[in-house]
Design a binder for this molecule. Structure first.
Ligand code: 25A
Ligand code: L14
Length: 337
C-alpha cells in the first residue's frame, strides 16, 4: 500500500506545537529522506516559518486539500484535528502516523513502539497510531522483562512534565514561577490549579470510574502493544512542575522470579534502554538527564519484598522525543526501509 521511494514529501500537522517542532527536528537530525517538507497548522501559525535542513519553510493552513501528493503525514495537533483530517489524508494517498489518542484503540490501526511490536506494522491500512508518551517509555522498559518472566500485573504512578500538554502549559509554569517570586497570585489558565511548586493528580478528564482518561490509556495501550490482554494494569497519573521529561514509578509482578541483577542484565542489552542504576554513587535517572536524549532510562531496580515475584523500577524519558516525535519518526523509518 505504501510505495517506497528514494525521498518523500512529508507533511507535519501541528508543525508549530511542542511535538510538531520536535518531529521536524528529528526528521532533520536522523536524515530521513525528505524531498519536500509541508508544515501545516491552524490559522494562528499559517505564514510563520520553520527551519528544516538549513532552509526556512513556510507553515501553511491545514485544509482538506493539504494532502495532494503527500507520501507521509505526521499528525500532532490533538484528537479533534486527527479525527477530522487523518481519514482525509489517507484517502488522498498519504501514509498517516498519528500522535493523538483518536485512533489508538481502533482494531484496524496498529499501535506501534518499534523496539516492542514492529511486527504489528504489517497489517496497516494507511494509518498507524503513535502511543501515549507514558505508555511508550513504560513498554520499552518492560518488554524485555515480560519476555523473560511474563508480567502478570503492573502498578504504575507517573510524574508527567508540563510539555506533555503543549507550549501554552510550558509558558504557564514559567509565568507562575515569576509571579510567585514577585509575591503575585498566579492565575492558572491551562491547568485547573497552580502547577508551580505543586502536583496535580489529574491528567486528562475524569471517567465515572474515578480514573482519568490518561490512566486508562496506560491500561489499554500497554495490553495492545505488548500483545497480551492478560496483563493487568492500574495507574495513577500526576502532573509535576517539570518542563520536559516524564518519570514513572513502576511495580511489576511476574510469573517467574526475576532478581534485581537479572533484570539489570536484561535491561542493559535491551534496545532503546539505558540502565542508570548505582545507588552507592547516587546514580539514578532524572528528567533533566533525559532531555534531548533518545533512550528510555531505567534505575532504582530492586526486588519488591512484599510479594514473591515482584520488582520496582524508576523509568524516565524525554516525552517529546521517545514519548512522541522520535517514536513517530522511528515508525516512518520502519515503513521506508
Ligand atoms: O487530544 P490529544 O491527542 O490528547 O492532544 C492535545 C494536545 O496535546 C499535545 C498537542 O499540543 C495537542 O494539541 N499533544 C498531542 N500529543 C502529544 C504527545 N504525544 C502532545 N503533547 C505531547 N506529547 P501542542 O501544543 O504540542 O501542539 C498543538 C499544535 O497543534 C496545532 N493545531 C491546533 N489546532 C489545530 C492545529 N493545527 C491545525 N488545525 C487546527 N485546528 C497548533 O498550531 C500546534 O502546532 P497553532 O497554530 O494552533 O498554534 C501555534 C501557536 O499558537 C499558540 N497558541 C495555541 N493555542 C492558542 C495559541 N495562541 C493564542 N490562542 C490560543 N488559543 C501556540 O503557543 C503555538 O505557538
Ligand atoms: O494521549 O503529558 O498522547 O499531557 C499526550 C500528552 C495525553 C497527555 C496523549 C500529557 C497525550 C499527555
Amino acid at each position: 500500500m505504501f510505495k517506497k521511494k528514494t525521498a518523500y514529501r512529508v507533511a507535519v500537522v501541528g508543525a508549530t506545537g511542542a511535538v510538531g517542532a520536535q518531529m521536524i527536528e528529528v526528521l532533520d537530525e536522523r536524515k530521513f529522506p525528505v524531498h519536500q517538507l509541508c508544515p501545516l497548522a491552524s490559522s494562528r501559525s499559517a505564514g510563520v516559518t520553520v527551519l528544516f535542513q538549513g532552509q526556512e519553510v513556510s507553515v501553511k493552513l491545514l485544509t482538506k486539500d493539504s494532502f495532494e501528493g503527500v507520501d507521509l503525514a505526521l499528525f500532532s495537533a490533538g484528537r479533534e484535528v486527527s479525527k477530522e483530517f487523518a481519514p482525509i489524508a489517507v484517502k488522498a494517498g498519504a501514509m498517516v502516523i498519528d500522535n493523538s489518542s483518536a485512533w489508538r484503540m481502533d482494531k484496524d490501526v496498529p499501535l506501534v513502539v518499534p523496539e516492542v511490536n514492529a511486527q504489528d506494522l504489517a497489517g496497516h491500512r494507511g494509518l498507524v497510531a503513535n502511543p501515549n508518551c507514558s505508555t511508550i517509555q513504560m513498554v520499552v522498559a518492560l518488554k524485555p522483562l515480560h519476555d523473560a518472566a511474563r508480567i502478570k500485573r503492573i502498578v504504575v504512578t507517573t510524574f508527567q512534565s508540563v510539555s506533555g500538554t503543549g507550549k501554552e502549559a510550558m509558558d504557564e509554569l514559567m509565568d507562575e514561577c515569576k509571579d510567585l517570586l514577585l509575591f503575585k497570585q498566579p492565575r492558572p489558565k491551562v491547568y485547573p490549579f497552580q502547577i508551580a511548586f505543586n502536583c496535580l493528580p489529574q491528567i486528562d478528564d475524569f471517567l465515572p470510574s474515578g480514573y482519568t482518561k490518561e490512566e486508562m490509556k496506560l491500561v489499554h495501550e500497554t495490553r495492545k502493544i505488548m500483545g497480551d490482554p492478560s496483563i493487568t494494569v492500574t495507574a495513577t497519573t500526576v502532573r509535576v512542575p517539570v518542563y520536559i521529561g516524564h518519570s514513572e514509578s513502576v511495580n511489576i509482578e511476574t510469573e517467574r522470579k526475576l532478581t534485581a541483577n537479572e533484570a539489570r542484565a536484561l535491561l542493559s542489552t535491551a534496545p532503546g534502554v539505558q540502565v542508570y542504576d548505582d545507588p552507592a554513587h547516587a546514580v539514578y535517572p532524572m528528567p533533566l538527564d533525559a532531555v534531548g536524549k533518545d533512550e528510555v532510562y531505567v534505575g532504582r531496580i530492586r526486588e519488591d519484598e512484599s510479594i514473591p515475584n515482584g520488582l520496582n523500577l524508576w523509568v524516565v524519558a524525554d516525552n517529546l522525543r521517545k514519548g512522541a516525535a522520535l517514536n513517530a519518526v522511528q515508525i516512518a523509518e520502519l515503513l521506508v526501509t
